[in-house]
Write a protein that binds this ligand. Structure first.
Ligand SMILES: [Zn+2]
Length: 280
């Protein structure tokens, strides 16, 4: 879609499943299962939707789960990459070699998995050759010094090879990445998780990553059990969702199984998403 001077194209790296209880934190199952059906293992379907931004540079935000997951993880997370990032980049007329910037919301495996790939010799390398990869400095520090609570989400092979290849640039603060695109720290999910604000032609779109992972998460208290700092998530969401409704931000949902983008609306104090781009 054309968005001011930019072009925004939601990509897809397939689907996976996570525990429904973990995805909705303190919300009881009788409430969340009306919005997201659970399978026999209590898992709900989630999309993996990086965003392609074409403007002064060609950029992707996050890169999906990638192709390095082992058989056990593919089973646990029900990873379905029958259609993956290469397909959707091809559909967008954007060969991998055309990607100049790869921006990370944070470095969890379902966002950074596609940053690297294993070559024929078994060596893990940056997947987008010639691209610069951008991660927030403090998120990088946390990811490369994991503790017991976050170790299962930070796989070093997803990002350390970027540094080793000299392809990594660290972003210290809320900064402009290219004209019309800037990062904004949200915290909450991880201490230095960031959303991406995209502004052009008087309009604003936001890639909210794990701050609002699906359209079912627009209610302030519907916060993932995975979040390390849920009260920070709550504080950010309170202000952000208000802002998004009042200013009509177009929200890109990275993990929604169906809705790639939509507007958050409010009617009779109930919040909901009006889809703009969704799978048929
Ligand atoms: Zn995450």
């Amino acid at each position: 879609m054309t968005f001011g001077d930019l072009e925004l194209i939601p990509l897809l790296d397939g689907f996976f499943r996570l525990d429904g209880g973990a995805m909705f934190g303190v919300v009881p199952k009788p409430l969340w299962e009306r919005r997201a059906a659970a399978d026999e293992k209590n898992r709900i379907l989630l999309g993996l939707r990086p965003l392609l931004v074409r403007g002064a540079r060609t950029m992707i935000i996050d890169a999906g789960i990638g192709d390095k997951m082992d058989a056990k993880s593919i089973d646990i997370y029900a990873i379905d990459r029958a259609r993956h990032l290469d397909h959707s980049l091809a559909d967008a007329g954007c060969p991998a070699g055309a990607v100049e910037l790869v921006l990370a919301s944070h470095l969890h495996f379902d966002h950074a998995g596609g940053f690297t790939t294993r070559d024929a010799s078994g060596t893990v390398r940056p997947r987008f050759e010639g691209a610069r990869y951008l991660a927030r400095t403090a998120e990088w520090e946390d990811a490369t010094h994991p503790h017991e609570r976050n170790r299962a989400s930070y796989f070093q092979e997803n990002f350390v090879p970027l540094r080793d290849a000299g392809a990594l640039d660290l972003v210290a603060d809320d900064e402009e990445i290219m004209p019309g695109v800037r990062v904004r720290r949200s915290g909450g999910h991880t201490m230095h998780h960031q959303v991406v604000m995209i502004e052009s032609g008087g309009k604003t779109a936001v890639f909210t990553a794990d701050m609002i992972p699906t359209a079912a998460h627009v209610d302030e208290a519907w916060i993932m059990g995975y979040d390390l700092y849920p009260m920070d998530t709550l504080a950010f969401k309170r202000a952000f969702v208000r802002e998004a409704i009042d200013r009509e931000y177009l929200i890109f949902f990275e993990h929604d199984p169906r809705v790639a983008a939509g507007y958050i609306r409010e009617k009779d104090k109930r919040k909901y998403v009006e889809p703009v781009i969704s799978d048929s």
